[in-house]
Structure formats: C-alpha cells, structure tokens
Design a protein around this ligand. Structure first.
Ligand code: C2O
Length: 497
C-alpha cells in the first residue's frame, strides 16, 4: 500500500503473470501494482522516480490520477502533451495536489503513449470516513479492490492494431487460452455472514468486461467516484477506466465461487471461454477447501444499465433541462480513415509543447496547438456535448479529465434524463443508433483531455482538449514546483533520440 506522500519508483522487470514471461513496467518493484490509499481531504505529494531502462518499451513517463479532479492543480494531472512534458529516464517529478472533498474509487496509470498497457497501472482509493453508504456494509475489510486488466504477450509499442489481448488479469493474475493451466488464480477471501464493500476497477487498455461472481448479488453503490442509490444486479459491464463499488454479502454455503470477467475481444477465443480458469478468479469462503469452484453462472443475469444509476443526492443535471438548452452546446462527429480517428475532421496529434505550457506562456487561445483539437470554453457555463456512436472498433469509452459529467442519455437508451442522471467520468458512446449526451459546468480552469480510453485509439487521434477559462488558468493553478515542472521539458528536449 502506498500513501499520498510516498514515492513511486518505476523500473523494468520480467514477470510471467499468465505463464508467459516478458518485460513489464513495475511500480515499487511489483507488477501487480500497489494500491494508493488516501483519505478524503488528503494532500498528495507523490514523487515519481523514473528508473525505466528497457529499450523495447517506452522509457519516458507521466502518471495520471484518473478521476481526481485536480481543482487548482491542472499541472499535476499527468497528461503528457496537455499538462506536462514527460519525465525522462533517470529523472523524477513530484505530483502535488489535493483530493478536495472527493472520495471514491479511482486509479492511476501512465499517460505517456500506450505505456500503461505494459503495466504502469494500479488502483487508487480515497476513503471517506463519513461515506453515505456506511450503513450498508461492515468495515472489516474495505481494502478489497478487484482490478481487471488486459494482458499482451507483446510490448505495447508493437502491439498490432487492432489489439487483441492474450489474457485477462484479475488482480494481476490470469491464464491465456493456450497457456499453462497451473498458473495460480487470484483469491478473494470472505468470511461467512459478513458484508463487504468490493471496489471493481477496469485498468483495461481496450476490452470491456462482463463481470460477475457466481451465486452472489452485487449491490452497486458507487460509480466512478460518485455514490449512487443501491441497485442489485448479478452482472456489470465495465468499460476501460470505469469503476464501481458493490456490497457483497457472504450469505452462500461455505465453498469456492468463480469470479468472472469476460472480455469483448481476445486471442484464441478468449472472448467466449471460462474453461480452465480463463477470465477467472476465485471467491473463497473461510474454511472452504483450497480447490477450484464447482459453481456455475447465474442465468439469466440481471445486468446493470447505466441509465438506471441515480446519484445518491438525486441531483439534477446542471443548467436548463432540454437538448440544446445549455450555455454551450457542442456536437461531435467521429470518423475513421487511413488508420486514424477524427473528431470533427481533426485527428489529435500531441503537440511538442504541452497545452498548459503554451497557455502559461501567454499564447492566444486561437493559436493553441494542436490546431483543430482545442475547444476553448468560458468559465461558469453549462456545456452540453452530444457524442454520436462510432461503430468502427467500438464500443468507445470516452473519459474527461478535470470533471465528472452528467450522462443525460446513455448508450442503448432512447430517453433523456435531466432530473437525476448518473454522474461519471468515463462513458461508453455506443454504436450507430446511439446519441449519448453529457453535461458539465466549467468550474475548473485548465486544459482537460477528453478522449477515447482505448489506448490504441488515443494513439490514433481519438481525442480533443477542452481549454477551460484560458485567461483564468494561471491564477487558479499556482504551480508549487514550477521550475521542476518546466525543467521536464528542457530535459526531455535534450534527450538523445
Ligand atoms: Cu485514465 Cu486520459 O485517462
């Protein structure tokens, strides 16, 4: 477990989480990346030390704290090309920011190229001693986080697009379809009669997962760092970057039960098998034998629908209800051609100078680079964005930095909800017939990435930047270690190719 003022030391090690050995990025020496554990209101002062030295992978880095809003600390957002220059190998950078009054389940990951697919990813939980759902579970173990990750036998820079994972890692362990079957699976231990809050986080680079635990109901109480009214389901579809908390009651006979996470894509039939413990982990009751489960899947499943999520406080969407009634109304068009994705006819190309540094250097908002990918937004306004579905290589989960947004219409739904819509930071935009719409208020000056969280699609340009209150950014975001932050660019520029 890592605390908010500890050090993250990055290095390259060789591991074989599914039986196939390859080099990976390790955090503090471990491939199963450690949990960063904070309490609401904590101030982070995390030193990231870059000791990466394997030439077959990216060696520079940058770490993003996914879902934390970075109010007043846009420089610590970790988005390379937007909020900072990369941390060159042999160098370090101190991320200083507060969590404000935000608590919940988050994660951290490299935001440099496709580096997180090589292992720089882990869960980050901000605990709230006054959580509104405390009455629903006993706190004997709130440390259980279940992470889902896609795993490749090839380093990310050479994963061919479209990427197809070799295996699914649940808490860092898994089996591939044609790989060894004696690889230990992750075990989640419970005691009969107890209630647990489990936190589920998708650290995936590409696939979404259908997640379930045989024989058990999942009472969903949080989505993407937002408390929600409890909903009972037996299956959750979780897209890359999304998180959920659910309460699980250990109310079944003492035994072992399969934990399942079925990806939508994968090699050698990975996307449709649970044979031999593939796509699986084990829920083990105390005193159950150390054996594989004999359990089978619930059928039919009740699957969580995003449009059924209600914020715990039942808050309405910001602004005047009704499509097009926000202060700023944007409609994006997506396209795919020649191996690149386009948003309103522009494919995102990372600028040489990070957007934030351009802004602080006094550049005119109209001249910010990359041209055609920057959307300037005024402060204190309600913004509505309509995101038509994109069938090519979909479904596409879109993530916004610096904000959680209200989902007025979810993929798969035909109804708008301005009264009590779910709030989250990654939304699936769905397919050809969908018209996903979101709203947020510009209360956080900064340049904020808005992109498809399928890493290979971000690399293919499926991204834009919202430049929010350009004139107010400098005043709203004092950078405590400004020199260190600017030096990252100097050092990176001088790096031998
Ligand atoms: Cu989780 Cu821009 O990322």
């Amino acid at each position: 477990i890592i605390n908010p003022t500890d050090t993250l030391t990055l290095s390259n090690i060789r591991v074989a989480p599914d039986g196939f050995e390859r080099p990976v990025v390790a955090v503090n020496g471990a491939h199963i990346n450690p949990l960063i554990r904070a309490t609401k209101g904590d101030n982070f002062n995390l030193n990231v030390v870059n000791n990466l030295d394997d030439p077959t992978m990216l060696r520079s880095t940058s770490v993003h704290w996914h879902g934390l809003l970075q109010k007043g600390s846009t420089h610590a957002d970790g988005a390379e090309a937007v909020s900072q220059c990369p941390i060159s190998p042999g160098h370090s950078f101190r991320y200083q920011f507060g969590t404000g009054d935000h608590a919940g389940t988050f994660w951290y990951h490299s935001h440099f190229g496709t580096q997180y697919c090589d292992g720089l990813r882990g869960p980050l939980v901000v605990y709230d001693p006054n959580d509104p759902h405390k009455d629903l579970y006993e706190v004997d173990d709130e440390n259980t986080v279940i992470t889902l990750a896609d795993w490749y036998h090839t380093q990310a820079p050479s994963v061919p697009a479209p990427a197809t994972p070799d295996s699914t890692l649940i808490n860092g362990k898994g089996r591939s379809v044609n790989g060894p079957k004696d690889i230990a699976l992750s075990i989640v231990n419970v005691e009969p009669g107890k209630k647990y809050r489990f936190r589920l986080a998708s650290l995936s680079c590409d696939p979404n997962y259908r997640f379930s635990i045989d024989g058990h109901t999942l009472k969903v109480i949080e989505a993407d760092g937002q408390s929600v009214k409890p909903i009972d389901v037996t299956q959750i579809t979780i897209f890359t970057g999304q998180r959920y908390s659910f309460v699980l009651e250990a109310n079944q006979p003492v035994a072992n039960y399969w934990i399942r996470a079925l990806p939508n894509i994968g090699k050698n039939g990975l996307a449709n098998t649970f044979a031999d413990g593939v796509n699986s982990a084990i829920l083990r009751y105390k005193d159950a034998p150390e054996a594989n489960p004999a359990s089978s899947q619930q059928s039919p499943h009740t699957t969580l629908l995003e449009q059924d999520l209600r914020p715990f406080n039942e808050a309405p969407a910001p602004g005047v209800a009704g499509r097009g009634n926000a202060d700023v109304n944007l409609q994006f068009n997506f396209a795919f051609r020649g191996g690149k994705f386009f948003v309103n006819d522009t494919s995102f190309e990372p600028p040489e100078v990070p957007v934030l540094l351009q802004i602080l250097s006094g550049k005119n908002p109209a001249d910010l680079l990359p041209a055609g990918s920057i959307y300037s937004l005024p402060r204190g306004k309600v913004v509505e964005v309509t995101l038509p579905g994109l069938a090519t290589a979909g479904p596409h989960p879109f993530h916004m930095h610096g904000h959680a947004f209200s989902v007025i219409r979810s993929a798969g739904s035909t109804v708008d909800n301005y009264d009590n819509p779910p709030v989250r930071d990654v939304v699936n935009i769905g397919g050809a017939n969908d018209k996903v719409t979101i709203r947020f208020t510009t209360d956080n000056p900064g340049p904020w990435f808005f992109h498809c969280h399928i890493e290979f699609h971000l690399a293919q340009g499926l991204a834009i930047v919202f430049a929010e209150d350009v004139d107010g950014i400098s005043l709203a975001n004092p950078i405590p270690n400004r020199q260190e932050w600017e030096d990252l660019c100097e050092i990176y520029r001088d790096l031998p190719a």
